[in-house]
Design a protein around this ligand. Structure first.
Ligand SMILES: [Zn+2]
Length: 330
């Protein structure tokens, strides 16, 4: 693997596609399990973090969310994530919370959110600004997604910057979420969606045209559709790219229709040179055994030059929803 230059490594970075639940390191998972009276080793958790395909990844993600039962659990994992981000020179992050899953488990998102805000606020003094994305689960449908938007509203915090949808993009037609995104907009939330991760390029186009999504989660299916790549470049709609995630979930092999694939097969350099904005992220760093430094090293390995890596860092801030000149206070 290509070494990252010390200059790129030391640049402050923003991370915009990062799930709190996917950042739970095995050691922390063991603590959460112990809170529930279950003794497990890190090795056992690591075995849970292996998957052969996208469905198995969704199962692993579901399992890890089952460890989060009360507000203190959220506080613990948010603190761990904040410490981890500081080791990566991350100074700004938009962290996705699976509020759809909290609601499914009959938890109160407002109470969980309050606990994790209180736990992470002290990190502002250490130079880390965290903002939050409330995420619905696509396969739970539009009504459940609307409940996530309403939860974002009732948290009443301007640190919640966006509403998004993740999960299984092959389920539920995109158009069914129109009203949900209209409501999110009306309440002042930015609009995000995972699209073109395992689904085809039409999922990306629908997210843009039907839901006016502002950044696309993954969007690697765009590689199959040159006119869509032109559209993304013209409208400056960023793709949140997470190479290691795409490799580990099998999404990259699926989009390229070949097997096996390697990290250097990722379309990131093609998108970059097509002048599509890209923001580089880890998605679920613990589940995929990655971190932001590694993702920049991957980009270098794919052939991005020093100046291109520097531009990639800059785009992370440029396409953030609450740039650092603003000081959002909860
Ligand atoms: Zn994601």
């Amino acid at each position: 693997m290509t070494e990252l230059s010390p200059r790129i490594d030391s640049l402050p970075k923003a991370e915009l596609h990062l799930h709190l639940e996917g950042s739970i390191q095995p050691a922390t998972a063991c603590i959460l399990m112990a809170r529930q009276g279950v003794q497990a080793t890190e090795q056992e958790v690591r075995r849970r973090y292996t998957f052969g395909n996208f469905q198995e990844f969704l199962e692993a993600f579901k399992w890890i969310t089952s460890l989060l039962r009360d507000p203190q659990d959220y506080a613990l994992v948010a603190t761990d994530l904040a410490e981890h981000l500081l080791t990566q020179n991350v100074v700004y992050a938009e962290v996705t919370l699976s509020v759809g899953v909290m609601l499914l488990r009959k938890q109160r998102p407002e109470v969980n959110f309050e606990a994790l805000l209180r736990a992470t606020e002290p990190f502002e003094r250490r130079g880390l600004r965290l903002r939050w994305v409330f995420d619905a689960v696509r396969q739970f449908g539009a009504e459940a997604a609307m409940a996530v938007v309403e939860a974002a509203r009732s948290c009443g915090s301007n640190t919640v910057v966006a509403f998004g949808i993740g999960g299984d993009e092959l389920q539920v037609p995109t158009a069914e979420f129109r009203g949900v995104y209209d409501r999110a907009s009306e309440l002042g939330f930015h609009r995000l969606m995972h699209a073109g991760e395992v689904g085809g390029p039409e999922k990306i186009r629908e997210a843009i045209e039907l839901l006016r999504v502002e950044r696309i989660g993954h969007g690697i299916a765009a590689i199959q559709d040159p006119s869509l790549m032109d559209l993304l470049a013209e409208r400056k709609i960023p793709l949140e790219l997470c190479p290691q995630s795409n490799l580990r979930t099998g999404a990259l092999a699926r989009q390229l229709a070949r097997h096996p694939v390697q990290i250097e097969d990722h379309p990131l350099p093609v998108f970059f040179r097509h002048e599509i904005p890209v923001v580089l992220s880890t998605d679920d760093p613990a589940l995929f055994d990655t971190n932001l430094r590694s993702e920049y090293a991957h980009a270098a390995h794919m052939g991005l030059q020093e100046s291109e890596l520097e531009q990639t860092c800059a785009m992370g801030f440029h396409y953030a929803f609450q740039p650092s000149s603003q000081t959002g206070t909860p």
